[in-house]
Design a binder for this molecule. Structure first.
Ligand code: NAD
Ligand code: TYD
Length: 344
């Protein structure tokens, strides 16, 4: 079972598994919140090894019924509320889904696997944000103490702790990965890169928070999916692996690069899109810098990002330029309400 498979990262994980493992039965459990979109999986939706189940991880009865029906032997858990800004305006949704939803899945897996844990695996997909905020130097290691600073990262940290506690207390076979910021096709345009591509395309202001000197480590989403495949199959039980892009960018430098690339695609004069940059009030509690040390994953499992940032960004921009319909669909309706509340 893959939870959250209709979302950004989940859809790339589902596609990779459906295409790589014809003899697996892959069940995608997703509640189709604002962030879930079955359009993301159009190309594989009729594959014989793929099943979609519309269900909510907050509903324990639904979760238990699905474990009963399919007798899952592996869970890759991505379903979550995932946007920091939304966690600031509505923390309870994050506590509910990310903490209680994860507990419901753990309870169902525990009940099904009890006394028969061999060959089973609960893979919890988490974020580097649980480690808190770095200053100019240093990296997040697997041993870095947790220090979450936003309701989103606190809820993810709580879920990571629960997974480890179930491992310790009930012998739940688990792995956890903590990954840096992803980018790529199918990314909902509330996060920095897709939001800014869409705004440049439609000539809207680019809302840069604070001084723009916040730093993130960006990874192409397909490389995250490749890492998940490796860790799911070959990661050691009870271990945590950090996943990162070896690719740090200050927001403002990244925004300028996006503007430059978009000028070329849109036939604009060089520098034209940069005029859209608009510094606005900072995000409350904004983490200054994230940077991952992914040496463990590299040394143990040989993983390394397969595309450079230039290649990944170029593929991403091409995808958004070629998928107007997808963008129009996800930015109509509720998105407009979210946008005006968040930015005006
Ligand atoms: P997303 O918001 O794009 O997708 C989340 C998916 O989960 C959606 O399909 C949504 O419908 C589904 N979902 C939400 N609540 C649900 C519920 N109650 N029951 C069932 N399904 C539900 O998120 P994403 O960016 O693809 O992130 C996926 C996972 O990866 C999350 O756990 C996130 O914390 C983690 N992560 C994300 C990033 C990133 O840069 N996006 C980086 C590291 C880790
Ligand atoms: P985001 O994509 O929300 O990811 P995260 O907060 O999980 O790292 O934001 C990436 C960076 O971009 C972060 O430093 C906040 C900043 N940002 C803006 O400056 N303006 C925006 O409108 C958004 C959404 C983000």
């Amino acid at each position: 079972m893959i939870t959250g498979g209709a979302g950004f990262i989940g859809s790339h994980v589902v596609r990779l598994f459906v295409q790589t493992y014809p003899d697996y039965r892959i069940v995608n459990l997703d509640a189709l919140t604002y962030a879930g979109n079955l359009e993301n999986l159009k190309d594989i939706e009729h594959s014989p090894n793929y099943i979609f189940e519309h269900a909510d991880i907050n509903n324990a009865a639904q979760v238990n019924a699905l474990f009963d029906k399919y007798k899952f032997d592996g869970v890759i858990h991505l379903a979550a509320e995932s946007h920091v800004d939304r966690s600031i305006s509505d923390p309870n949704a994050f506590i509910q889904t990310n903490v209680m939803g994860t507990a419901n899945l753990l309870n169902a897996a525990r009940a099904l696997w009890k006394g028969n844990e061999d060959g089973k695996r609960f893979y919890h997909v988490s974020t580097d944000e649980v480690y808190g905020s770095l200053v100019e130097t240093g990296y997040f290691m697997q041993t870095t103490p947790y220090d979450p600073q936003s309701p989103y990262s606190a809820s993810k940290a709580a879920s990571d702790h629960l997974v480890r506690a179930y491992g310790n207390t009930y012998h739940m076979p688990f792995v956890i990965t903590n990954c840096s910021n992803n980018y790529g096709p199918n990314h909902f345009p509330e996060k920095l890169i897709p939001l800014f591509i869409n705004n440049i395309k439609t000539n809207k202001p680019l809302p840069v928070y604070g001084d723009g000197k916040y730093t993130r480590d960006w990874l192409y989403v397909v490389d995250h999916a490749r890492a998940i495949d490796l860790v799911f199959h070959r990661g050691r039980n009870g271990e945590t692996y950090n996943i990162g892009g070896f690719n740090e960018w200050q927001n403002i430098e990244l925004v300028k690069l996006l503007c430059k690339e978009m000028d070329k695609r849109l036939g604009r004069e060089p520098g034209e899109s940069e005029k859209l940059i608009n510094y606005i009030k900072d995000r409350p509690g904004h983490d200054r810098r994230y940077a991952i040390d992914a040496t463990k994953l590299n040394k143990e499992l040989g993983w390394y990002p397969s595309v450079t940032f230039e290649e990944g960004l170029s593929k991403t921009i091409d995808w958004y330029m070629a998928n107007d319909e997808w963008l129009n669909n996800v930015t109509s309706g509720d998105y407009q309400k979210y946008y005006s509340t968040q930015y005006q």
